[in-house]
Design a protein around this ligand. Structure first.
Ligand SMILES: [Zn+2]
Length: 451
């Protein structure tokens, strides 16, 4: 009789304690045992990784704009979750805006779940939205299993998802704190942006001046103090301004319940290399100078920045204004879900970091942020969500070959290290077209985690 459904044997496996040879045994979709590389376990299926391959936990990307229903031509659940799988990402959490309806009440969450259910190739969870007028919807969304609430402090780019004022933020945090929810914040200050020169034309410099670091710094300072006053748990999305790192570190030292993410594009690109009209690089907050990028890496090394997530926010070629190259009118959002892991690994490796660091930033910590206790690590009892990568093999990104719905990405033409060879979801390899993804709810939500 066989003991386990599956055993994977890897000469290099990234465990929470570090990288080592290991065998990972799986039963019922969960990791049942971890032992030595040649541990004498019997399983219905044994997979031995090649000498150049490393076993990682599947990546957990808590910042993905799927945009379906309503703007499915930008991205949809079928394409986004296939791109995720191809990139070693086994869980995504969908942002509440850019889809129609936005996820700002329980019926909208039900609509999104119904659309995603049949198309999810990897596991999918949902953030709720906090907008003016929906404060009374938050508790219901929380009980229905959203992982937290996203708000903007300035124009979001879509009219159906307006921003909270600084005073609203305090009121909403007070409400969310009552049920110990989580607020995740797009932290750029509306006033600071209004007083900056508007972006126009094809020069990247002008766009950068329109979204200064000061706008982020001002908003983050307010979010920190609002969290301090209310006791609520807050998370800063897509940190770009390294100026904010000292105040974030100080708030954390004070015990403010604060976490922070940054994104691959802020860690890989620098403003000075962005060509005129290259609007595929436009995102908000923007990609900044090389010395800013170095400080973000230092923030990760110091633990001031907790995690790295893609902020995959694509649109159609028309909206990216690739023909005019006008940074003033192009949609702000970068497509990078499928290449996030190799992009970060390529840069991390050059800076002396290890795959254990990458797994912590891109799998363990985002899983913990969302309270996904059964994801994010090669740990007995957790879901057998796995990525097999060849870390030293390189490839050149061909936008047309990516599974994203639209073939536009600033990574096009870049040579990256780290080829994802296999992705496993709850003990099954993701090959072919069968959708095996499940819809996830907050672990302690009243609703069952599986539809
Ligand atoms: Zn976003």
């Amino acid at each position: 009789m066989t003991e386990f459904d599956l055993v994977l044997r890897a000469r290099r496996a990234v465990l929470p304690t570090g990288e080592q040879p290991a065998s990972v045994a799986v039963t019922g979709g969960r990791i049942a045992a971890i032992g030595a590389f040649d541990a004498p376990v019997s399983a219905a299926r044994t997979v031995e990784l090649r000498a150049d391959e490393v076993l990682l936990p599947g990546m957990v990307d808590t910042h993905v704009h799927v945009n379906e229903p309503g703007r499915t031509e930008w991205e949809g659940f079928a394409s986004a979750t296939r791109a995720a799988a191809a990139g070693g990402v086994t869980t995504i959490v969908d942002m509440p805006l850019n889809s129609l309806p936005p996820t700002v009440d329980v019926p909208a969450l039900h609509t999104k779940r119904a659309v995603a259910a049949a198309k999810a190739y990897v596991d999918v969870g949902f953030w709720g939205g906090a907008i003016p007028g929906n404060i009374n919807e938050l508790k219901g969304l929380h009980e229905e299993g959203v992982f937290g609430f996203k708000c903007f402090l300035l124009d979001s780019g879509v009219p159906e998802f307006p921003p909270l004022s600084p005073a609203d933020l305090v009121e909403y945090l007070t409400a969310i704190h009552e049920f110990d929810g989580l607020m995740i914040v797009h932290a750029e200050d509306a006033g600071a942006i209004e007083h900056s020169p508007a972006a126009h034309g094809s020069g990247y410099e002008g766009f950068l001046r329109s979204r200064p670091r000061g706008a982020e710094n001002t908003a983050i300072a307010h979010v920190i103090e609002a969290a301090r006053w209310t006791g609520a748990r807050v998370h800063i999305l897509h940190l770009s301004s390294s100026d904010a790192l000292p105040m974030i570190a100080s708030a954390k030292r004070d015990g403010v319940r604060l976490t922070v993410e940054t994104c691959p594009h802020y860690l890989v690109f620098d403003a000075e290399e962005i060509a005129a009209g290259a609007t595929q690089f436009k995102c908000c907050p923007p990609i900044r100078e090389p010395e800013n990028r170095d400080l973000l890496w230092q923030g990760l090394a110091d633990g001031v920045i907790d995690c790295i997530v893609s902020d995959h926010s694509p649109c159609t070629p028309e909206l990216k204004q690739l023909d005019t190259g006008d940074f003033g009118v192009a949609w702000g959002g970068i497509a990078g879900l499928q290449v996030a892991l190799p992009a970060v690994w390529t840069e991390a490796k050059q800076r002396g970091f290890a795959l254990t660091d990458v797994a912590r930033w891109m799998s363990a910590t985002p899983a913990a942020l969302a309270g996904l206790d059964h994801k994010g690590g090669l740990v007995v009892g957790r879901d057998a969500d796995l990525a097999v990568i060849a870390p030293d093999e390189t490839f050149t990104v061909d936008a047309a070959q990516l599974r994203h719905r639209n073939p536009i990405t600033p990574y096009a033409g870049r040579t990256l290290a780290g080829v994802v060879r296999q992705t496993w979801l709850r003990g099954e390899e993701l090959v072919g077209d069968e959708t095996r993804g499940r819809l996830l709810s907050r672990s302690d939500a009243l609703q069952p985690a599986v539809t």
